[in-house]
Design a protein around this ligand. Structure first.
Ligand code: HEC
Length: 136
């Protein structure tokens, strides 16, 4: 049956780990490195204001634990190399930051910020900032 053949063609890409829909063969033959920013999703068009809001939220919500100038006990145990006011750190940690804020830290959950959960809008604006500006 031809239907079987079509199904095989559709599912074959999944078997080799290329998560594309049926017919989405782009013939990418470049070296199989990391798909940078993959889990950050798309940078939407005309999203400068949203990205700016996301940047600002990171600066406001992760104080004082994740600032370069915060040292010692004031970090409350936050890793020394995770600082929202250090662009290199934000770029390196972008996917981790997004994963943490999606979980959030409300009710003892082990995401960020500790003790609370950012609103969905804020999480999305931070995602846009990370996808547009931080993932290089
Ligand atoms: C009250 C202090 C505090 C605040 C506020 C805070 N964090 Fe953290 N953060 C920590 C501590 C402590 C750790 C290490 C323990 C852990 O991972 O739970 C940490 C770890 C992290 C890590 C590394 C996780 C890992 O497993 O490598 C990331 C990324 C992070 N925080 C992001 C954020 C972001 C983004 C915000 C703001 C939205 C934020 N944090 C707010 C204290 C804080």
């Amino acid at each position: 049956m031809p239907v079987r053949t079509i199904l095989l063609l559709c599912f074959a890409p999944f078997a080799i780990g290329a998560l594309q829909g049926c017919g989405g063969d782009d013939g990418d033959s470049s070296s199989g490195g990391e798909t940078s920013g993959g889990s950050l999703g798309e940078c939407p068009p005309d999203s400068d204001a949203q990205a700016q809001a996301g940047y600002q939220a990171l600066q406001d919500q992760c104080v004082p634990c994740h600032l370069m100038d915060t040292k010692g006990p004031s970090r409350i145990g936050a890793p020394e190399d995770v600082n929202v006011d250090d662009p290199a750190s934000v770029t390196r940690e972008a996917e981790e930051i997004l994963a943490e804020i999606k979980i959030g830290g409300a009710n003892g959950a082990d995401g960020m910020p500790i003790g609370s959960k950012l609103s969905d809008d804020t999480v999305e604006s931070i995602r846009v900032f990370l996808a547009c500006d931080a993932a290089k």
